[in-house]
Design a protein around this ligand. Sequence first.
Ligand SMILES: *Cc1c(COP(=O)(O)O)cnc(C)c1O
Length: 225
Amino acid sequence: MSIKQNIDRLKEKICDASVKSNRNTESVKLMAVSKFHSVEEILEAYDAGLRLFGENRVQEAVEKFTDIELMDLNLHLIGSLQRNKVKKILPLVECIQSVDRIDLLNEIAKFDEYKHVKLLLEVHTGEESKNGFTSVSDVEDAIRFGIQHSLNIVGFMTMAPFTDDKKIIRNSFAKLRQVSDTMQELFPSLHMPELSMGMSNDYEIAIEEGSTLIRVGTAIFGQRV
Ligand SMILES: *Cc1c(COP(=O)(O)O)cnc(C)c1O
């Protein structure tokens, strides 16, 4: 199957999952996760209509996306970020989805000219130890820090645990939605609608649980080598 065929198929499935949960298909954005894939493959996905791309390493993002000049193309960083790479990635991205500690917000806040860059707080919602804020109070502290420093926090991101157990996956996504609901109540004046959750193997469950942005690599580009 070509990249275009994969995308067309994916769009149908997104549509089905949206209908199933009484949601508007337009409310779910599709990101192509292009890590380990070439610029040629990225262009193929762009030609098939995708405009949102995700990379998880700063160096790879810089190498592949610095010279791409395409209309409306938006890049998000979705992998863990070291403080000393913040300066390098900010000019290249519309959003950093993997903000997992205040330390990192503090670094981002140093760059006044990039205060408009969207930020998602990554929340740890599974059993295994992974990146992300682990407690609701830590998320609350991060948002307060964001307010104090005029940062543009627009929502939340999570990764479900690697498991075949759909119940565990669903619980993880439901947990992110609960964190989001709680924060929206605590900070009613903020607009934080984004829920980035769901990957190739679990995006349908994520859509049912309220995902607004799914991050899909393998189901678009095939296996990473
Ligand atoms: C690699 C990656 C994805 C995409 O994973 P697939 O299973 O290939 O769809 C999504 N989100 C993050 C954070 C990733 O690192």
